[in-house]
Design a protein around this ligand. Sequence first.
Ligand code: ZN
Ligand code: ZN
Length: 324
Amino acid sequence: MIEKLLSAVKENTTKEVVLNVIVNMLLALILIDISCFEDYGSPMHMIGPHTSIAGGIQNAVIQAYELGASAFGMFTKNQRQWVAKPLEEEMIFLFTDTMKKLGFSSDQVLVHDSYLINLGNPDSEKREKSLNAFIDELKRVEQLGLTLLNFHPGSHVNQIEAKDSLHLVAQSLDIALSETESAIAVIENTAGQGSNLGSSFEELAYLLEHCTHQDRIGFCIDTCHAHAAGYDMSTPETFESAIQRFDELIGLNRLRGMHLNDAKSEKGSHLDRHESLGKGTIGWPTFEYIAKDERFASIPLVLETINSEIWKEEVQHLRFEVWK
Ligand SMILES: [Zn+2]
Ligand SMILES: [Zn+2]
């Protein structure tokens, strides 16, 4: 019966209000089963994959719950399109209600913006388009009662110097933050592939220095990107020295999330190729270290690993088995 109801909810695209009753019944039923991980002790970290909004944004929450996750990443619209339909009141209600019923709060969710946005584009018309889309992303986060919007700094598209492009990103961020209320712009480090900005902590720090709304700027370290950018993530010791460097330049208090991804690519290759945890050039010890480190207990640790069929095991390993 639970499966039937779940798939009914997942297939729902427009009639959110009608299905709200079903969602409530469904949530009541699955909450009965809430104590399934009790035997493992008391995990503290917030860990989970980037889940899917196919069929409705509330499905991201349901999928995270089904996977035994205590955090998740999500988009609030199709990430490959510029424009999305505005969030309707019913959709917002359905999302926030599902969050509440399944016991998730906003600090467990790291929203990712569209892949198309480039706030550092030297072409003013294209940058304007990106800026408008970014403002819309921030507003959607706020409408959903969430806080964190994760994004890649941008690209200089081989037309201007990296520093000049970073200035444009800072400028765009200032405009976007002044036009929104409360969402935090969470800047992610990149692998430095092609003309992408933000592969070094120095560049991220430079960006921060040039923003005036620093109280609403955060950072997300992606382990795969860091490793590909040349920060050795393959042992807890080398991870630690990278984190120390981040702390010196930016401050760990500004770390608002992490992406836990193993890497298919070699250290320093600048190739953004994710791998399942433990199967790449980083390996389990670093992820296990992060999952037990108190400094990372209050931020969402989101998996963007490539095999969704083993997400449940990956989450279970990091949330519970590391403590055994
Ligand atoms: Zn990432
Ligand atoms: Zn990536």
